[in-house]
Write a protein that binds this ligand. Structure first.
Ligand SMILES: Nc1ncnc2c1ncn2[C@@H]1O[C@H](COP(=O)(O)OP(=O)(O)O)[C@@H](O)[C@H]1O
Ligand SMILES: [Mg+2]
Length: 616
C-alpha cells in the first residue's frame, strides 16, 4: 500500500529526487508481466460474459489448430509433389487435395480469428466500462482523507489511462498469450509426429530461450520502471506548469521552467532509448537462434538424405514443414519481447486500478442507521481530531448549538474552524469524543440523511459545468424551475438571473467565469438552501466577495439563516454580528464563547478585530 501513502507519485518537478527515493516501492510489483493473482481479479468481470468467453476461447482454439496445421499440410504436399515414383495424374489429384486443404484451413483461420477478435474486443470494452463505472462509484464512496493523500491528477489518470492500458492486456496480451501457448504445444506435437529427431533439435533451444528470457526480463523490468518514473516526472512538470500558469507568467518563470522541462523530458527520452536499445539487441539474438536452428535442421536433413535414411521427396517435405514451424516456434517469444512494455504497463495499470477499488472508505455507515428527519440541536462532546496521527488539530471541543441558533466561529487562519464543520458533516471521523445531532451520535445516523439536513456554503463557490439550474438543483433531482427560481428570489438572486439571456437555463462558463464572485456565491447559497436543510453552515462565504456584492450576499445570508440552526465562519464583523453567540477558536481549542456584547467587554481576538475595524 506504499503507493497510496504519497509514495512514488511522480507528480513533482523537483527533478525526480523525490521519485528516486521511492523507486524501491515500484520494483517488486511491476517486475512481473503475468501476475496471476492480479489477472484473476478480472474473472468476476469476465463472468458476466461467460458464454461469449467460451465462444471466444473455442474460436481461438479452432483458429490456432487450423493455422498450425498448415506447415504440416505444406510439408506433406511438397513431399508428394516431389515424389518421382508417382505419375503426373496421381500428383495433380493429390495437389488438388492439398490446395483445397490449405484454402480450407486459411478460411477457417480467418473466420475464427475475426470471431475471436470481435468477441474479445466486445468483452474487453465491456470490462473497461464496468471498471470505470466501479471506479467512479468508488471514488464517491471514499472518504475525504483519501483525497487529501491523493492528488486529483493522479486519480484522473487511474480512471483514464490506467484503464486504457488494460485494454491492451485484455485484447492483445491475455488471449494472444494463451493462443501462443496453445500454438507452441501444437507445434511440439506436430513436429514430433513429423520427425522426432528434428523435433529434438528445436526442443533443445528451449533452455537457451529460457535463459535469454530470464536475463531479458530482469533487465527489462528495471528499464521499464525507469521509463515509467521518467514519464511520471514529465507529466508532473506539465501538470505543475499548467496549474500554476498564472504564477509562472507573472514571475517570468517561463524560461526557467522550460529549462527544467527540457531536463526531465530529455531524461525521459534517454530512458526510453536505453530500453529500446536493449530490445533492439535481444531481437537479433532470437533471430540468430532461429536461423541457427533452421540451419541445423536442414543440415541434419541433408546428412540423412546423403546416407539414404531419407529420400529426396521426404527431405524436401520435412525441410518445408520444419522451416515454417521454426518460424512459428520463435514468433511468440519475439512477440513477448516486443510487447513486454505494454504487458508490464497493463499489469501496473491493473495493480493501481484494483488498489483503488480495494481501498475501503474510512467513513462507514452504521448497519442500522437512524434516519434523521430534522436536525435542530447540535452538540460537540469532548471532540478531538487529527488529520494525521499525533498532530492534533482540534482538542476537546465542547459546544452546544440550540435549535434556530446562529453561532459564529471566529479565529485565526489554521485554528481549526473548517475542521469543526467538516466533522459535523462527517467528511472526517472524530478521533475521540462525540458529535450529536438531536441527541443521536452522527456515527449512527444514515449518511445521506445527515448530509441532506446540512446545507454547506464554502468560501470558493464551486460551480460545475452546466446551466445555473443544474448547478442549483445539484443536490435535489427533479427540482422544478419554479422551486429553483423561488429559492433565488428569496435570497434576492432573481435580479441578475432576469438579466441573463436564458434565465436559469443559461450555461455557466468554466468555473463560472462569466459571473461575478457575488453571483457565483448566490448560486451556491441557493444550492445549499434548495434542499431546505435544517442546519446551514457558511464557511467564510463572504471572504472572496467584492464590496459591491457584499451587501447582496449579506442580505441573502440573513434570509438563509432565518429559522435554521446555523454555524457561520466569518472575518467580517457584519456577518459575525448576525450571530447569537460567538465562539473564539485558537489553535484547535475553544478560547471563549459569548455574545457580541459580552466579548466586547474584554480583551480577545474578537474585540481587537472589532476595534481595528471601527477605528478606520
Ligand atoms: N486535509 C487536511 N489534511 C491535513 N491537515 C489539514 C487538512 N486541512 C486542514 N489541515 C490543518 O488543520 C489545521 C486547521 O485547519 P482549518 O480547519 O482549515 O483551519 P481554519 O478553517 O480555521 O483556517 C491547520 O493547521 C491545517 O493546516
Ligand atoms: Mg477554513
Amino acid at each position: 500500500m506504499a503507493y497510496w501513502s504519497g509514495g512514488p507519485s511522480g507528480w513533482s518537478n523537483d527533478r525526480g529526487s523525490r521519485n528516486a527515493r521511492h523507486a524501491d516501492d515500484w520494483v517488486d510489483y511491476y517486475a512481473e508481466i503475468y501476475n496471476w493473482k492480479l489477472i484473476s481479479r478480472f474473472f468476476p468481470f469476465i463472468k458476466k460474459h461467460k458464454k461469449r468467453m467460451y465462444f471466444t476461447i473455442i474460436s481461438m482454439l479452432i483458429a490456432t489448430i487450423a493455422a498450425y496445421l498448415q506447415p504440416f499440410i505444406m510439408g506433406i504436399g511438397v513431399e508428394r509433389i516431389s515424389d518421382s515414383t508417382k505419375s503426373i495424374t496421381e500428383k495433380s489429384s493429390e495437389l488438388n487435395i492439398i490446395i483445397i486443404l490449405l484454402i480450407l484451413t486459411t478460411l477457417i483461420t480467418i473466420i475464427a480469428q475475426s470471431f475471436q477478435r470481435y468477441n474479445i474486443g466486445f468483452i474487453g470494452q465491456n470490462i473497461l466500462l464496468d471498471l470505470r463505472v466501479n471506479l467512479f462509484k468508488h471514488f464517491n464512496r471514499l472518504s475525504m482523507s483519501f483525497f487529501d493523500k491523493n492528488e486529483t491528477g493522479k486519480l484522473v489518470s487511474r480512471a483514464t489511462s490506467d484503464v486504457v492500458v488494460l485494454q491492451e492486456l485484455m485484447t492483445s496480451g491475455f488471449l494472444n498469450g494463451f493462443g501462443d501457448l496453445f500454438g507452441l504445444l501444437m507445434t511440439i506435437i506436430l513436429i514430433f509426429i513429423l520427425d522426432p529427431i528434428l523435433a529434438c533439435v528445436i526442443i533443445a533451444t528451449i533452455p537457451i530461450l529460457i535463459i535469454i528470457m530470464i536475463f531479458w526480463q530482469q533487465y527489462a523490468a528495471k528499464a521499464f520502471i525507469r521509463v515509467r518514473q521518467a514519464i511520471a516526472i514529465v507529466n508532473g512538470s506539465i501538470n505543475d506548469n499548467l496549474s500554476g500558469v498564472k504564477v509562472v507568467q507573472s514571475l517570468n518563470r517561463q524560461n526557467k521552467n522550460l529549462d527544467d522541462f527540457m531536463f526531465v523530458n530529455n531524461r525521459n527520452k534517454n530512458e526510453n532509448l536505453s530500453a529500446v536499445k536493449f530490445q533492439a539487441a535481444v531481437i537479433p539474438i532470437i533471430e540468430f537462434l532461429s536461423a541457427v536452428t533452421t540451419i541445423l535442421v536442414l543440415l541434419i536433413i541433408a546428412i540423412r538424405t546423403n546416407n539414404q535414411s531419407l529420400n529426396i521427396s521426404e527431405a524436401l517435405g520435412l525441410a518445408t514443414a520444419f522451416t515454417l514451424y521454426i518460424q512459428r516456434f520463435f514468433n511468440p517469444i519475439r512477440d513477448i519481447v516486443m510487447q513486454y512494455t505494454q504487458l508490464q504497463r497493463a499489469m501496473a495499470g491493473a495493480h493501481r486500478v484494483f488498489e483503488i477499488l480495494d481501498t475501503e472508505p474510512i467513513i462507514i455507515e452504521d448497519k442500522n442507521p437512524i434516519e434523521l428527519k430534522e436536525a435542530s440541536r447540535i452538540s460537540f462532546d469532548n471532540v478531538s481530531f487529527a488529520y494525521e496521527e499525533e498532530q492534533e488539530v482540534l482538542t476537546k471541543i465542547n459546544l452546544n448549538i440550540d435549535k434556530g441558533e446562529t453561532l459564529a466561529l471566529v479565529g485565526p487562519t489554521g485554528s481549526g474552524k473548517t475542521t469543526i464543520i467538516s466533522l459535523l458533516s462527517r467528511l472526517y471521523e472524530v478521533t475521540s469524543g462525540k458529535i450529536l445531532i438531536n441527541n443521536h451520535e452522527i456515527k449512527k445516523v444514515a449518511l445521506q440523511s445527515l448530509r441532506n439536513q446540512i446545507g454547506l456554503v464554502f468560501q470558493e463557490p464551486f460551480l460545475f459545468s452546466g446551466t445555473i439550474y443544474e448547478n442549483i438543483s445539484f443536490g435535489k433531482k427533479n427540482a422544478t424551475d419554479d422551486e429553483v427560481m423561488n429559492v433565488l428570489k428569496s435570497i434576492g438572486g432573481d435580479n441578475f438571473i432576469n438579466n441573463l439571456p436564458n434565465g436559469i437555463h443559461t450555461q455557466i462558463a468554466e468555473r463560472g467565469q462569466n459571473l461575478s464572485s457575488g453571483e457565483r456565491q448566490l448560486i451556491s447559497i441557493a444550492r445549499a438552501l434548495l434542499k431546505n436543510p435544517s442546519v446551514l453552515i457558511l464557511d467564510e462565504a463572504t471572504a472572496n466577495i467584492d464590496q459591491v456584492s457584499e451587501l447582496m450576499i449579506q442580505k441573502a445570508i440573513k434570509v438563509a439563516l432565518k429559522g435554521r440552526t446555523s454555524i457561520v465562519i466569518a472575518h467580517r464583523i457584519s456577518t459575525i454580528e448576525l450571530a447569537d453567540r460567538i465562539v473564539i477558536i485558537h489553535s484547535g481549542k475553544i478560547e471563549k464563547i459569548g455574545t457580541h456584547e459580552e466579548l466586547l467587554k474584554e480583551q480577545n481576538i474578537y474585540s481587537e478585530l472589532y476595534k481595528i475595524l471601527h477605528s478606520q
